[in-house]
Write a protein that binds this ligand. Structure first.
Ligand code: IMP
Ligand code: MG
Length: 338
């Protein structure tokens, strides 16, 4: 079966951490990533922090094979660096039609005021590569890169064959509902839809084999670029706590993230559009006194009130997902299963 991890806000909800946890504790044969290198996912384990642009966060489980689907975009040098960092050369599989962003595409995006200033693009060249692909111009596919030839395999055939044998897949999505090209806050969005059904399509999978859809939220929202945020925080002292303790600095863009209040409206849309069955909450330790908590009873009143609010929201919105995971610190082990 397939489980999917989706972002319920504006990216950086902690999908990397949740995917790493699920994959480490679970029995996934494959961990699949789609989308571009603009989306940095951070995994912390045994005191070591990995910021990954493309390697699926499930790499910590040595039994899990790592897959980039046809809807993945990367750059050869960045990918090979991450392969070396994570020691995953023997278990990486890349679809022949995953796209390699060229230096020209990166330069074009970085030189375009429209992308960089108006939209606040991360500047990896993803938007430019997507644009070239949509215009049916010449793009560089993974199958055309000699350095990647050992990794190339037909991903839809591989994954659907695995499902047929009863194997399990974790599909790790990128960004969040507010950044969806279709359902987000246009034009302050990324260059693709960022919901569960699109992630499936980008991997070459269909909806019938899905078991759980996790939507990940923080108790607040961050944005690395321009665009709407309800009740944006402006107090510099308050913001500093988020930027330091909360590590709210763009993992790819290196920008200080803007911080706003939790938004009920975008959260319900994330539950609805992703068809969420489970909710994961990260950064609960940003409420004072909730670091490394091991049981629900031990959360502070403030944290409990937030979690109860999430349960109430879920009662209101189809398909009424269960609050399943609460992350109480950056390390993979700082996770409470409810
Ligand atoms: P682009 O996808 O690089 O063009 O960026 C479009 C908008 O989405 C900008 O506001 C970016 O900061 C934001 N964005 C893109 N990727 C991510 C991500 O992974 N996390 C958070 N924001 C992102
Ligand atoms: Mg990120």
């Amino acid at each position: 079966m397939i489980d999917i991890v989706c972002g319920g806000q504006a990216g950086d909800e902690g999908k990397g951490k949740i995917s790493a946890y699920l994959s480490y504790k679970g029995d996934y044969d494959y961990c699949v990533r789609v989308g571009g290198p603009n989306a940095g996912h951070t995994v912390v384990a045994d005191g070591k922090s990995y910021t990954l642009k493309n390697i699926p966060s499930g790499f910590l489980n040595p039994a899990t094979k790592l897959v980039l689907g046809a809807g993945a975009y990367t750059k050869t040098e960045w990918l090979l660096k991450e392969v070396a960092l994570t020691g995953t050369q023997d278990r990486l599989i890349i679809d022949p039609y995953a796209v390699l962003i060229t230096d020209e595409e990166t330069a074009a995006e970085q030189g375009a005021g429209h992308f960089m200033k108006h939209i606040g693009s991360v500047g990896t060249g993803l938007g430019q590569a997507v644009k070239d692909r949509i215009e049916r111009r010449e793009v560089k596919f993974a199958k055309d890169e000699p350095l990647l030839k050992d990794f190339i395999q037909d991903v839809p055939e591989l994954l659907n064959g695995a499902l047929d044998q009863g194997q399990n897949i974790l599909l790790e999505g990128t960004q969040g509902i507010k950044l969806s090209l279709l359902h987000g806050e246009y034009p302050f969005v990324t260059s693709r839809d960022t919901t569960a059904s699109t992630f499936l399509g980008e991997a070459g999978l269909g909806p019938k084999s899905v078991r759980d859809v996790y939507v990940v939220f923080k108790p607040y929202i961050t944005r690395v670029g321009p665009g709407p945020l309800e009740k944006e925080m402006t107090d510099e002292k308050d913001l500093e706590v988020y930027h330091t303790k909360g590590h709210e600095i763009g993992s790819v863009s290196k920008r200080l993230r803007r911080v706003g209040a939790f938004e009920k409206r975008s959260a319900s849309r994330a539950i609805m559009i992703n068809n969420a069955t489970k909710i994961a909450i990260t950064h609960i330790d940003m409420f004072a006194g909730n670091d490394h908590i091991k049981s629900y009873e031990d959360f502070s009143d403030e944290a409990k009130a937030f979690l109860e609010g999430i349960k109430a929201l879920s009662k209101e919105v189809y398909p009424h997902p269960k609050l399943a995971l609460v992350s109480t610190g950056p390390d993979m082990e700082d996770t409470l299963v409810l």
